[in-house]
Design a protein around this ligand. Structure first.
Ligand code: GDP
Ligand code: MG
Length: 207
């Protein structure tokens, strides 16, 4: 059975870019398909799987959709918050907004369930954070959830977008990430192919 690795993290941190980077070096049959990399958060809504081979170790990598806290799922609502209003009092635009809101929430619940499944089925988890954007309550929430489900031991914390080394701004993010109790973050740049072999080495050490 190959060693299974799940890529998780909030939208836009570079999971799909790292997935393409790791599986691009694969020797073996392609089982997934290229993950779509976009600046639009939430593009990867299903799980995507591909093979990766490093130092003679065969791995199966799974890309996932971005983890978002439930109460973050909301749509632009210029007309103000419609929540709590009686349905019969709503104008048609309010009803449409409410319908879109409900659908987004459903989609996000599906993504969160898929991520939970991927973590459960994996031997190692790469929890990516964006060192440029910094880490906040959203990342802390994911970290807390990893501890809660007993997955912290198989998690490697990865600080992405650190091309050219850690700047002083990024240093703050790295310290904040360290406080998650998931060990020292591994600095990489998925887009610029930096730190990837160091990360792969850490991964195969877990295999
Ligand atoms: P995902 O939502 O976590 O799957 O993130 P994507 O892989 O789709 O990437 C989101 C955005 O971040 C895209 O615009 C990527 O080009 C960009 N990105 C990914 N990795 C890096 C990196 O190492 N450095 C920088 N500067 N940008 C990156
Ligand atoms: Mg993605």
């Amino acid at each position: 059975r190959p060693f299974r690795v799940a890529l998780i993290g909030r939208p836009n941190v570079g999971k799909s870019t790292l997935f393409n980077r790791l599986t691009g070096t694969a020797k073996g049959r392609w089982t997934g398909g290229t993950a779509i990399v976009t600046p639009i958060p939430g593009t990867t809504r299903d799980r995507k799987t591909g093979p990766c081979s490093y130092a003679g170790i065969s791995m199966v990598v799974t890309d996932t959709g971005g983890l978002v806290e439930e109460d973050e799922v909301r749509i632009e609502d210029e007309a103000g918050d419609v929540e709590g209003e009686e349905v019969e009092d709503m104008d048609p635009r309010g009803l449409v907004r409410e319908r879109v809101r409900a659908q987004r929430k459903q989609i996000q619940e599906l993504i969160n369930a898929q991520v939970a499944q991927a973590v459960k089925e994996s031997d190692a988890v790469l929890f990516l954070v964006d060192a440029r954007a910094g880490v906040g309550p959203g990342e802390a929430h994911v970290a807390g959830w990893l501890h809660k489900v007993g997955a912290s031991g198989k998690t490697i914390l990865v600080a992405n977008k650190v091309e050219g080394g850690v700047s002083s701004d990024m240093q703050t993010a790295v310290y904040d990430a360290y406080a998650f109790g998931l060990g020292d973050p591994v600095a990489i740049s998925a887009a610029h192919n930096e730190g990837i072999s160091e990360l792969a080495t850490l991964l195969v050490e877990k295999a």
